[in-house]
Design a protein around this ligand. Structure first.
Ligand SMILES: Cc1cc2nc3c(=O)[nH]c(=O)nc-3n(C[C@H](O)[C@H](O)[C@H](O)COP(=O)(O)O)c2cc1C
Length: 217
């Protein structure tokens, strides 16, 4: 095997790598590091986050720095790079909704990533119908197949980002994506984010039974 390629001190990623690329994150430009990280941590689920501003203007924006944090009690988290309208609204109201993005809404989801001014409503911008949520005041994307209504529980400052953790206080799932006692992921048809402008939908779905130690070798 070839010797590792040491890029220490480089500010520009190499075009090709002979061997292994080693990266010292602090020495890379922020944009290049963002591209590298978001190319490696893939595919990322997308939290399409809807909020309500204190002025009553609805806001909607995708966040692919997104994860389930706990199931008991149910918590999810997303991360805002810098302070955007979504974060401002969550801080002001303590509420948000995560709308699940099916393939059929990928284009609309992308449209809502536009940097509208705070008084702009991305629902209207993307031609989406907002529906009232069940527990929180923030609206939902009516066409989305599932929604997680959340209340803010923690905010964690991490570098140039804020990790927003919310307790899921209500979940609704459209019956069209429900089969055999649970969500049929093929019917849910979720969109995943890759790097840059690239997205993916479900490919092959395969199964592995989780191993359990039975106490014997
Ligand atoms: C698929 C996708 C995923 C995104 N993920 C994030 C993210 O995780 N965090 C973030 O701060 N911005 C993310 N963005 C950018 C925001 O959606 C964008 O800055 C948006 O304008 C923020 O809207 P707001 O100011 O109304 O909150 C993403 C954009 C796209 C298209």
């Amino acid at each position: 095997m070839a010797e590792p390629t040491d890029t220490t001190g480089e500010t520009t990623p190499p075009t090709t790598v002979d061997g292994v690329l080693h990266v010292e994150p602090a020495r890379w430009r922020r944009r290049d590091l963002y591209r590298l990280l978001t190319s490696l941590v893939v595919p990322r689920p997308i939290a399409w986050v809807s909020t309500l501003g204190p002025d009553g203007v609805a806001n909607l924006a995708p966040h692919s720095y997104f994860m389930v944090v706990a199931a008991d009690p149910a918590h999810v988290a997303f991360s805002s790079t810098g302070v955007k309208d979504t974060l401002t609204n969550v801080r002001a109201t303590g509420e948000f909704v995560v709308n699940i993005v099916p393939r059929s809404l990928a284009e609309a989801m992308n449209a809502t990533s536009i940097d509208l001014p705070a008084e702009g409503d991305e629902f209207a911008w993307a031609g989406l119908t907002a529906a009232a949520s069940h527990v929180v005041a923030a609206p939902r994307v009516a066409a989305a197949p599932a929604h997680l209504e959340c209340r803010l529980t923690q905010q964690l400052e991490v570098g140039d980002a804020t990790l927003v953790i919310g307790e899921v206080v209500h979940i609704d799932v459209d019956g069209d994506v429900w089969a055999d006692g649970g969500v049929d992921v093929t019917r849910l048809d979720p969109v995943g984010r890759l790097a840059g402008t690239a997205y993916t939908s479900l490919g092959e779905v395969f199964h592995h039974r989780r191993p359990r130690w039975d106490g014997e070798r």
